[in-house]
Design a binder for this molecule. Sequence first.
Ligand code: PEP
Ligand code: MN
Length: 354
Amino acid sequence: MELQSILLPGMVPGRPLVIAGPCSAETEEQVMETARQLHGFGIRIFRAGIWKPRTKPGSFEGVGKEGLLWLKRVKEKLGMYVATEVANTRHVHDALAAGVDILWIGARTTANPFAVQEIADALEGTDIPVLIKNPVNPDLDLWIGALERIYNAGVRKIAAIHRGFSSYDEKIYRNLPFWHIPIELRRLMPEVPILCDPSHIGGKRELVGPISQQAMDLNFDGLIVETHPNPDKAWSDTKQQVTPEMLNSILNALVIRDTHQTTESLTALRRQIDECDNHLLELLARRMRISEEIGQYKKEHNMAILQEQRYDEIIQNRIAQAEQMGMKGDFIKTVLMAIHEESVRHQMEIMNKL
Ligand code: PEP
Ligand code: MN
């Protein structure tokens, strides 16, 4: 993809791009008050949901088109850029007509290629920046597919938003971060900026700071944070919104590490990691060869591939050994099971060879 920068005038390269504002636009006063406070803290991009995708009917589904007039006022009065979520053609047309500066595609919409294509078609011929949230399910291809659909419509200011992945079990996070997914997106599409949405990942205001820091440590390009002057009275996502003042403290406390400067000692350490990986690969290849010899032996002696007792022993002993070496038992179990599965596959091939 050949993208243009989504950095808007006034934004500083090397500093995280920050988008903030309420989950939902509720009233004109709430929108203006939030924007005014955020502006006072130096925030330049204001977000507010006008059309809200809600889990159950009967919840507050957004103020609709009327809210676009309030966003217009934020632009006129404070000179901020404004962003809102679009989920269909009508939303795109209305938002463009109202002069919205940035659009985002929500997680539920990204999960539906028909809906993303509809939005892409409506965007054809425009050059408005579009931010694409990850789909609710942890499917990187689906996320990439949505980025491609918007790109193919001619949009060149594109960024991704990592907002976590829904799970049945909401113990710590509202949406599990699965950081490896945005990291893999970065590897596959290094040109696409990635913002983090700590509000929807954490689901609780105490987690907004720590998750934002994690995102900075992983070189994310910015943050989109739900902010409300009176979070406990918000009409949606009450628990995860922070006040503009809290947001300001969170941002001031962020440590932005210099990732471009690779010190010599880091290079040396990386070389050691490369070496370790080489050893690991060589050892794994050797283990596979031995396992194949065992397969051959089993075939000649008419033995079953899976010797359950032996497998159980291996797992138990190795876990104990790994724990003594300071590693987590669960981690080693996952690794060993993957290796064992591949060994069994090799042995099956040998058995089935004539
Ligand atoms: C939102 O940003 O308010 C929102 C609805 O987010 P998501 O699509 O990530 O659930
Ligand atoms: Mn929300």
